[in-house]
Design a binder for this molecule. Sequence first.
Ligand code: WT7
Length: 585
Amino acid sequence: MAERTLHKTPGSLEHYLSDYESARQRFDWSESRRALTGSSDPHLNLAHEAVDRQVERGRADQIAARFLDREWRRVDVTYGDLQRHSNQFANVLRSLGIARGATIATLLGRVPELFSAALGAVKAGNVFCSLFSAFGPDPLKTRLQLGHVQLLVTTENLYRRKVAPIRSDLPELRSVLIVSEGTERKLPEGTSDFACLMDGASDAYQTTLTRDTDVALLHFTSGTTGKPKGVTLTHAAVIAQHATSQLVLDLHPGEVYWCTADPGWVTGIAYGLIGPLTCGVQLIVDREEFDPQRWYQILEEERVNVWYTAPTAIRMLMKAGTALTRERHYPQLRHMASVGEPLNGEAVLWGVEAFGMPFHDTWWQTETGAIMIANFAACDVLPGSMGRAVPGVEAQVVRRTAQGTLEVVESPEQVGEIALRPGWPSMFSSYLEDPERYRQSFLDGWYLAGDLARRDNEGYFWFVGRADDVIKSAGHLISPFEVESTLMTHPAVAQVAVIGVPDPIAGQAVKAFVELRSGFEGNDALRRQIMGHARRLLGAVVAPREIVFSDSLPRTRSGKIMRRLLRARELGLPEGDLSTLEGRE
Ligand code: WT7
């Protein structure tokens, strides 16, 4: 094992995790809960722990988050500011007659108002949902409807482009608050001004008494069907988000920490907001999109200590070249971690070449609510491996038996599904309106993650692939069916199948095979038109990057398109069992 191993980061939590096994044995979630809240009060509020508890601990004047804009203007928000702004937002909700438990959503870029709304909603006992601002009207409509969202905070620009066209399909959406970007003409009809309401609200609010099991957060993720999965997390999630922010990300009070994930996804909330605030760090939030030079400048000038990013970004930095990395210096940087997609061993080692330290891969999902498997700051890194189970988490690789039970795979050579033993505090509490699907995620006393992996004799997990058709492109989970459904709404499209194809930077790219209706000719103009249609309705992140016309898509006898076969053909892999293919006898 020695040659494959990269030794631990100096200065990290060695006292805690140098002996992984004994740390596991000593670990106890109820102790983590007490360490977080300082009591065993049965009431727990995720936003209260992130903000008010920090103010109680004397951090009112410490910077909680620094927002950077294109011109490198810094907007600093202290823990005291976060407390006041979240209180104001909680009061705004009450003044608008929004009842406790109702769902509040944001459709915003990375701006301070998103934090005020998220923390205020959760303090008020509401459910908070952050929607990714690059989504088009189609995915937004499905999610706002499924989430029964009653209040949305957005900008005028996003509202006009994406929400106004679907507003009449959203009868439950009572209020829309507009955050000013300084460029507005006048407030769109049926909306109110966010700043105006906030100014009129008191900045004192007694956090609503919530319990561990009350829902605090709603995140959408994609499955294989067209309907997105509404994953609910409870207030107890903060216990695991806090513990892993310490154990895995090694966050200490007062340090500068940069999570590059957008708050439109679970990572941007769990590790871009909640977990790190409970550790009393200073967050860096960049409002701009990825740009290698800008990112290096942020790491240097903001003196980032701990950096949590994603494989696609790392691969783009690698492509931009190490010479660029070396133009700047990062003496404060001491820990780098990655999440969201497979991190190649080469990328881990590139970290050593470029920054003098490896990237530490971590694995989790929206459903797990917090990091479950990780290369710990204080432990050796195995490049290419996702690491070992977090203390307090029992993770295994399992196989289904003929009896419908599960057995743990003992051989490190054998591939199986990642399974987690329920009992960690951030485990999802439901799939909205789909109790059946929730039940099906559990079998024989395990939660099944839907990922294939191997587990070696030392307990390190090695990612193999997904067990389903879901596409992962640049870290975003994309349902092939959701893309197919939107493509089907184009008048020229008769049938469509969408798959993920390998891409050196994004991991996977979305590719669509389209069968045209008779009377349409498959030429470039039509391809561009369908592409434009998809981008407008789905947003650029979800829309296919490539569309090819096909005369007949492979189908099963029951009429289901065989994405598996398309994928095998695309990749030059064996076509497998074709006994159900239509047209075969
Ligand atoms: C899926 C979950 C992780 C939180 C944000 C994404 C894939 C995640 C890794 C990793 C290989 C990974 C899995 C997982 N994934 N981390 N370190 N190596 N694959 O959450 O959108 O719910 O996606 O992302 O396939 O199931 P998500």
